[in-house]
Design a protein around this ligand. Structure first.
Ligand SMILES: NC(=O)c1ccc[n+]([C@@H]2O[C@H](COP(=O)([O-])OP(=O)(O)OC[C@H]3O[C@@H](n4cnc5c(N)ncnc54)[C@H](OP(=O)(O)O)[C@@H]3O)[C@@H](O)[C@H]2O)c1
Length: 87
């Protein structure tokens, strides 16, 4: 009986169920984590980011740079800053 629900095989039903669960988890995380999804171009803007070699500062620098901003990385450790700049 289970094999013929909506005309899908059991394997297809499991696959669709899996995709739905993953999609729901991703939507939930996007909602609770407050991820910035802006694709606005930042060409011509200059941003100074403290602690830009790690964590939130680094992720922010990567995102803003990918959208065209000029980034000034304000870091206390120049070796770490240079390593992060290359990523
Ligand atoms: N991660 C989260 O989910 C979260 C959530 C809410 C709030 N926060 C807050 O957001 C801030 C950054 O979090 P994070 O997870 O990105 O931390 P992180 O990965 O530890 O990065 C911290 C950055 O700040 C720099 N830094 C630390 N102490 C410093 C000091 N005394 N002077 C100058 N620079 C210093 C570090 O430089 P070095 O690499 O040289 O140490 C590094 O670049 C923290 O205040 C944290 O409490 C984080």
């Amino acid at each position: 009986m289970l094999h013929s629900i909506f005309g899908f095989s059991l394997l297809s039903q499991l696959g669709i169920g899996f995709i739905c669960v993953i999609g729901a988890i991703k939507a939930y995380l996007l909602w609770v984590k407050g991820v910035c999804t802006s694709r606005n171009k930042l060409t011509g803007k200059t941003v100074i980011i403290t602690g830009a070699n790690a964590g939130i500062g680094k992720e922010t620098a990567i995102d803003l740079a990918s959208r065209g901003a000029r980034i000034i990385m304000a870091c206390r450790d120049l070796k770490k800053a240079a390593a992060a700049k290359g990523q």
